[in-house]
Design a protein around this ligand. Structure first.
Ligand SMILES: Nc1ncnc2c1ncn2[C@@H]1O[C@H](COP(=O)(O)OP(=O)(O)O)[C@@H](O)[C@H]1O
Ligand SMILES: [Mg+2]
Length: 308
């Protein structure tokens, strides 16, 4: 059974201007994308800054309104139900934000930060609440004394664990992780990522994992959607995307990963040159007359590419 189904989602932001601040144009942040998440998998959304990844995540969780399209979660069409009903399902979808420095309220103690979703969605006695919080803190590897501390008393990696603990308290089914480690030092990134993998099994979580970093996407994801200018240009399993990329934009992204290994570096430089040449010569093949990205077309059971 499909856990999350996105169909023809569009999210446009109005652009206002002139003396009367009238809507004069729209930013097509997300422009007709469709994809599905199966239970237990990690689906990666990757693309350069501004391509619409965060808007997609925020819309699924109800922080942005879709301009058009359908979002179905667990067979319930979220885009059709009332706000009050939405609330019921909202509990099963949690988000981990990019910046653990700004996403945790600096004036609140850890206990109140983590308890927030519980207080919003469940009626627990103070004692039950404390038990629950201690339990998730232990799961994320923070000591019980942590509950009375403030966010500034923790390192970046620990803060992101607090954010993860908060997301876990309601036993969600889906976690949307928006660049969850990009504000962290490289040395703690791997720790947090591996920790996310561990709890995925334990809590039976499905991840929508958003990142601009293909290295991280490769480490985390089973399937990948490549986003470019509000559209999906390619979708496939990790192997298909990394071993057999088809769209010129996917190839460009892959060719821009820095290569550490000196022996590979020359080969990689050649690949980058070749991709740039192809981009110049065959640009028209990948975009229509108005420069628009084509719809995705399947080239195998799991692999789709935006080609005419
Ligand atoms: N609140 C907003 N109002 C207007 N435009 C926005 C808003 N948020 C994002 N955008 C624009 O929408 C596009 C997609 O942004 P975003 O979803 O944040 O991309 P990403 O997360 O991939 O970097 C960008 O062009 C961005 O400038
Ligand atoms: Mg973003």
């Amino acid at each position: 059974m499909t856990l999350l189904k996105i169909e023809n989602l569009k999210v446009y932001y109005p652009v206002r201007g002139g003396f009367f601040r009238r809507v004069i144009d729209h930013v097509k942040a997300v422009d007709d994308i469709s994809f599905e998440l199966q239970p237990g998998e990690t689906y990666g959304l990757v693309g350069e800054s501004g391509c619409g990844k965060t808007t997609t995540g925020r819309t699924i969780i109800g922080l942005n309104r879709p301009t058009a399209g359908k979002i179905t979660f667990n067979d319930v069409e979220l885009t059709k139900i009332t706000r009050r009903d939405f609330y019921k399902y909202r509990k099963d979808i949690q988000m981990i934000f990019q910046d653990p420095y700004s996403s945790l309220n600096p004036r609140k103690r850890v206990i109140d930060i983590i308890a927030e979703p519980i207080r919003n969605f469940e009626r627990l006695s103070p004692k039950e609440e404390r038990m629950k919080i201690m339990e998730v803190l232990e799961k994320v590897g923070l000591s019980p004394e942590s509950i009375y501390k403030y966010p500034h008393e923790f390192s970046g990696g620990q803060r992101q664990r607090i954010g993860i603990a908060r997301a876990l308290t309601l036993n969600p089914k889906l976690i949307i992780a928006d660049e969850p480690v990009s504000a962290l030092d490289v040395s703690v990134q791997a720790q947090v990522l591996n920790f996310m993998k561990d709890i995925q099994k334990e809590f039976n979580l499905t991840y929508l994992f958003i990142s601009h970093d293909l290295g991280i996407i490769r480490h985390m994801c089973d399937r990948i959607g490549i986003m470019y200018r509000g559209r999906l240009v390619e979708e496939g399993t990790k192997e298909e995307i990394f071993e057999n990329p088809q769209h010129i934009y996917t190839k460009r992204l892959l060719s821009s990963i820095p290569q550490m290994n000196p022996e590979e570096r020359l080969k990689h430089m050649a690949f980058r040159k070749e991709v740039n040449q192809e981009f110049k010569n065959n640009y028209d093949k990948y975009f229509d007359a108005e420069g628009k990205i084509f719809d995705l077309k399947p080239i195998s059971e799991t692999h789709s590419v935006a080609l005419p």
